[in-house]
Design a protein around this ligand. Structure first.
Ligand code: PEP
Ligand code: MG
Length: 622
C-alpha cells in the first residue's frame, strides 16, 4: 500500500527547474538533438516551458522553434515515475552540454581560415593574418667592418681588460668566475692565432663533447669583434616589396622594428612559436606572418610568391588564378580595415552598459602616438625593456620617454624591465641558463641589477612629477612576480628611491603582471598588497601548460577549457582592477568571451585596436 501510494505520488509530482542558455551559440540543433536523446531514456513526461509556450522535450523541431538564445531561460518540467532522477540528471546534462558547446565554439573559432589554392601550398601556423603577393627573399646578416677598426692584437688585449673589469665588478657573485674562464679561453690558439677561422671553430664544436663551449666562443667573438669595429647588420632592399623568409639566421626581437620600416609585405619564420616576442612584434606591426612547418627553399627569387597568412599558407609558385584570388582578398581586407578605422574612437559598452576599455601595448613614445591615432583608451602595457635594447638609456632619456607617453594618455601602465627569457641586454652579462624562462627574468632580474632598477624607478617618478599627472592614473607594474615577498621587496625599493629623492609617489598605483601560476593560489594575500593586476596570458599559458613560448614545435591550445576556467577562477577571486595584456586579449575570436567572463579591460597591439573594437561591437550588439 505504502509503495503504491509512493508510486502514485511520484507520478503526479511535477518538478520544475529553470535553466539558462550559457553557450554563445544559443540552444541550437546539435545540443538540442543530444538533449532529446537523453530525455528519451526516462519514463517521466518531460517538457520545456519558454516564452509562455510548452513543448515536449522529445521533439527536436518544437524545441528549435523556441529560438532560445544565449542568456534566455526556460523551465524544465518533469512529471512521473522517475521524475526526481530525470530532473537532476537532465539539469546536469544540460549544463555540461552548454559548457562543451561553448568550448567547441572557441575551438572552432580558433581554427585557421580555410582557403583553397591551385598551386602547391606549404602549411604553417598563423602569427599575424593578412595576405601578401611579392618576391620572397631569404634573410641574411652581413658583417660590416668599421673603418676606424683596431687590429686583432689590440682587440684581444682590450677584451682581456674588459673581462678583468667585469670580474672585479661582480666578484662577490658566483657567476663572476665565468669572466675569468673567458679570460683563460682568450689565451688559446683559437683566438690568438686562428681568429680568422673562428666561425669554423665554433661550428666544429656542434654535436661534440664541448658543444656547450659554443656559446662561450660566440660571446668572446662578439666582444673581440666589437673592438675591431665589426657590426652584424642585416642588409635588405628598401625599394622593392618582398616577403622575407627567415631561415638559418635568427631574427631578433630588436630587429623587427627596423624591418617594419622597410618594404616588407610578409614574413615566414622557419621555426619558433606564435607567442614568442618576435611573433608578438610582427603582429603588432601587422605584418602578415606565419611559422612554416616545413623547410622552404626559394629557388627563384625573381617570381611572385603568395603568402596567405590568414589561412597559414605559403605558395612559392602561385597560378594566375591563385594570384587573382589573393589580390581580391587583399582588397577586401583593406576595405574592412578602413571601415573599422573610421569607427575607432567610438566607445565600447557591454550589453549591460558597462564601459569596455581597449588599451594599448607599446614599446616607446612612437608606438604610444600610434596607439592614440588608432583609438586606444589608454596604455595597458608599456614594455619598457625595448627602450634599453641597444644601449643603456640615461635617466634623463628615460624620463623624457615616460613624459611623452604621460602627455598622450590619462591612463598609463608602465611595466618595469622584463629582461631574461628571450630578451637580453647587450651591455649586461647574464649567466647562461639551461631554462632561461625559468631563471633570472622579470622582477628577479631587477632585484639583482638594483642600480638599473632604481634608475628606472627614479626616471618614472621624475616623469610623474614633471608631467603633473595628478588627474591621471599612473600605474607601475612588476613582471614575473611569483611571490608576495618579491612584490613587497620591489615596492619597498620604489618607496626608498622616492624618499631618497624627495618625490611624492602617493598617486602612483603598484601592481603585478599575473603570469606565474603560483600567484593564482595566493590571490588572497596579493589582494591585500597590490593595487591592480594585468594578466600576461603569453607567460601564464607557458607556465601553466609547461610549454615554452618559443618552442619550435609545441604550442599551447588556446581553446583549452583549462585556460578559460583559470581566467574565470582569477576573476572570481579578486575585486582589484584587472586587465589582460597578453596576446589572448587581441584575438578577435576570444575577446568577446573574455568580456563575458568579466574582463572589461583588454590591452592589445595598437594597430589591431580598430578591427578588434569593431569586431567586439558587432559580436555584442549585432
Ligand atoms: C605576457 O606574458 O602575456 C605579456 C604580456 O608579457 P610579455 O609578452 O612581454 O612577456
Ligand atoms: Mg610576460
Amino acid at each position: 500500500m505504502k509503495n503504491f501510494l509512493k508510486k502514485l505520488f511520484n507520478k503526479q509530482e511535477v518538478i520544475t527547474t529553470p535553466l539558462t542558455i550559457t553557450s554563445s551559440n544559443g540552444f541550437h540543433l546539435r545540443p538540442i538533438a543530444k538533449f532529446v536523446n537523453e530525455v528519451k531514456k526516462y519514463k517521466a513526461s518531460i517538457s520545456l516551458l519558454a516564452n509562455n509556450k510548452e513543448t515536449s522535450a522529445t521533439q527536436v523541431p518544437n524545441i528549435l522553434a523556441l529560438s532560445l538564445e544565449k542568456e534566455d531561460t526556460f523551465v524544465l518540467k518533469v512529471q512521473g515515475e522517475d521524475a526526481q532522477k530525470a530532473s537532476e540528471e537532465l539539469t546536469l546534462f544540460f549544463k555540461k552540454l552548454m559548457q562543451e558547446d561553448n568550448e567547441d565554439n572557441i575551438k572552432k573559432q580558433l581554427e585557421d581560415e580555410k582557403e583553397f589554392y591551385e598551386a602547391q601550398a606549404i602549411k604553417g601556423s598563423v602569427i599575424s593574418k593578412g595576405v601578401a603577393v611579392a618576391k620572397t627573399i631569404t634573410y641574411f646578416k652581413e658583417r660590416i667592418i668599421n673603418n676606424n677598426a683596431i687590429n686583432l692584437q689590440e682587440a684581444l688585449s682590450q677584451t682581456a681588460k674588459d673581462l678583468q673589469k667585469l670580474y672585479e665588478a661582480h666578484k662577490d657573485k658566483k657567476e663572476a668566475e665565468i669572466f675569468l674562464a673567458h679570460q683563460a679561453l682568450l689565451d688559446s690558439d683559437v683566438f690568438q692565432k686562428e681568429f680568422h677561422n673562428i666561425d669554423q671553430a665554433i661550428e666544429e664544436l656542434r654535436g661534440g663533447r664541448f658543444e656547450s663551449r659554443m656559446l662561450d666562443y660566440q660571446d668572446l667573438k662578439k666582444r673581440i669583434e666589437s673592438h675591431m669595429g665589426v657590426e652584424t647588420k642585416f642588409r635588405l632592399p628598401d625599394n622593392q616589396d618582398y616577403i622575407l623568409l627567415i631561415g638559418k639566421e635568427e631574427l631578433l626581437p630588436s630587429e623587427v622594428e627596423a624591418l617594419s620600416k622597410l618594404s616588407i609585405k610578409g614574413v615566414i619564420l622557419s621555426s619558433g612559436s606564435t607567442s614568442s616576442h618576435v611573433a608578438i612584434l610582427l603582429r603588432s606591426f601587422q605584418i602578415p606572418s606565419i611559422i612554416a612547418n616545413k623547410t622552404i627553399n626559394i629557388t627563384n627569387q625573381n617570381t611572385l610568391s603568395l603568402l596567405d597568412a590568414s589561412s597559414a599558407q605559403f605558395i612559392a609558385s602561385p597560378t594566375p588564378h591563385d594570384l587573382e584570388k589573393a589580390y581580391a582578398k587583399i582588397e577586401k581586407l583593406k576595405t574592412e580595415q578602413n571601415q573599422a578605422y573610421e569607427k575607432r574612437f567610438e566607445k565600447l559598452m557591454t550589453k549591460e552598459n558597462k564601459a569596455i576599455k581597449i588599451l594599448a601595448n607599446i614599446t616607446n613614445p612612437t608606438t604610444a602616438k600610434e596607439a592614440q591615432e588608432q583609438g586606444a583608451d589608454g596604455i595597458g602595457l608599456f614594455r619598457t625593456e625595448f627602450l634599453f635594447t641597444e644601449k643603456k638609456p640615461s635617466i634623463e632619456e628615460q624620463t623624457q620617454a615616460y613624459e611623452e607617453v604621460f602627455e598622450l594618455f590619462d591612463e598609463v601602465t608602465i611595466r618595469t624591465l622584463d629582461i631574461g627569457g628571450d630578451k637580453s641586454l647587450p651591455y649586461i652579462k647574464m649567466t647562461k641558463e639551461d631554462n632561461p624562462f625559468l631563471g633570472i627574468r622579470g622582477i628577479r632580474f631587477s632585484l639583482q641589477e638594483l642600480n638599473l632598477f632604481k634608475e628606472q624607478l627614479l626616471a618614472i617618478f621624475q616623469a610623474v612629477k614633471n608631467s603633473h599627472t595628478n588627474n591621471k592614473t599612473i600605474k607601475i607594474m612588476f613582471p614575473m612576480v611569483s611571490t608576495t615577498q618579491e612584490f613587497s621587496q620591489a615596492k619597498n625599493i620604489a618607496q626608498a628611491v622616492a624618499k631618497e629623492h624627495n618625490l611624492d609617489i602617493s598617486n602612483i598605483q603598484f601592481g603585478i603582471m599575473l603570469e606565474v601560476p603560483s600567484v593564482i593560489f595566493a590571490l588572497k594575500e596579493f589582494n591585500n598588497l597590490v593595487d591592480f593586476y594585468s594578466i600576461g596570458s603569453n607567460d601564464l599559458t607557458q607556465y601553466l601548460f609547461a610549454i615554452e613560448r618559443t618552442h619550435p614545435t609545441l604550442s599551447v591550445d588556446l581553446s583549452s577549457p583549462i585556460l578559460m576556467e583559470t581566467l574565470k577562477y582569477i576573476k572570481a577571486n579578486t575585486d582589484k582592477p584587472i586587465s589582460i595584456c597578453g596576446e589572448l586579449a587581441g584575438l578577435e575570436k576570444i575577446s568577446s568571451e573574455l568580456i563575458n567572463i568579466g574582463y572589461l579591460n583588454l590591452s592589445i597591439s595598437p594597430k589591431i585596436i580598430p578591427s578588434l573594437k569593431n569586431n567586439i561591437n558587432i559580436k555584442l550588439h549585432g
